[in-house]
Design a protein around this ligand. Sequence first.
Ligand code: NAD
Length: 356
Amino acid sequence: MNYNIALLKGDGIGPEIVESAVKVLYKVGAKYGHTFNFTDYLIGGIAIDTVGDGLPKETVDGCLASDSVMLGAVGGPKWDTLPGDKRPEKALLGIRSAMGLYTNLRPAKLYPALKDASPLRTDIVEKGFDIMMVRELTGGIYFGERGRRQGKNGEEAYDTEAYSVMEIERIAKVAFETAMKRDKRVISVDKANVLESSRLWRETVHKVAKDYPEVECTDMLVDNTAMQIVRNPAQFDVVVTSNIFGDILSDEASQITGSIGMLASASLGDTTRGLYEPIHGSAPDIAGQNKANPIATILSAAMMLRYSFSLMEEADCIEEAVNKVLDKGYRTADLAKSGETALSCTEITEKILSEI
Ligand code: NAD
């Protein structure tokens, strides 16, 4: 098969890590008989510098015409003084909204070879964990009515959490479909003991759950979830939650894996076209030095194969190659302990390629 992929390399380490993922995709394509065609488009600071717009129309059109999109990272000190709506990071919201992406999938998985890097106690880490956070991305309090007004104590500000049945149903379906490809367990996170929007969330998730009798569905309050993620992360398979709760919990879950350079993500909508990117930023402190860990981006490419192209075996092949490289003790600087040799971005990419 032929797949057209738009590449948004962006700023800082973006070009280096996306190049690594491209090499991996070429190798997987050659192994399994697929052709991946790549087209570069500008986004972020480099787009501001080149054409005066962080998200040029050509980029949006190119992404919408592609089968899927891979992003490096955007931003850096050079553009930090620009006003909020002109900053490179604004382009991220723009491209997600232009592509109609309402789901964010973020795996937080412990690699046994990296368990020393986790800040959790050894007895907790020993059990391992593999959590898939499914976060609603375009609704809730981040998009609700907000403002300032005069209240009984003077000036006050407010933000509104509102969710429609439609928004909850579609994210719940993504969570149950994802669980069907995994361990068939969904934990739906809300604050239904206090919030009306959470009560509708819970009711709606339960209705959708009826269509997935094989999947075990449990509710968990968000405050308890925050505790359980550090107390017993092994209990989670798929976690589905609202935009704001997902924002906070997915960062918490990412931290217990120990390294930001390992964490992939996917943003999805109603079509198979998704946006795949590492969760870290543009790491300006190490940009251009061939020191970046490309694994988060390579694992994002594996997610693209799985979620956009349904190439399960090919996705597994990439993940297994990463596992083998880590098991053999190869590390980039962000993963190496003192005294361990650190491989460069290109060197670790070569090691991964040799396992495919
Ligand atoms: P960051 O994630 O870029 O870096 C945090 C720290 O982690 C740095 O020390 C960095 O060197 C290290 N790091 C990150 N990714 C790494 C990798 N792959 N390999 C090795 N080390 C890695 O976060 P920050 O410093 O807060 O932000 C830098 C810039 O990135 C800012 O302009 C910020 O707005 C932007 N940003 C972009 C995105 C995105 O594009 N999705 C996300 C977060 C931040």
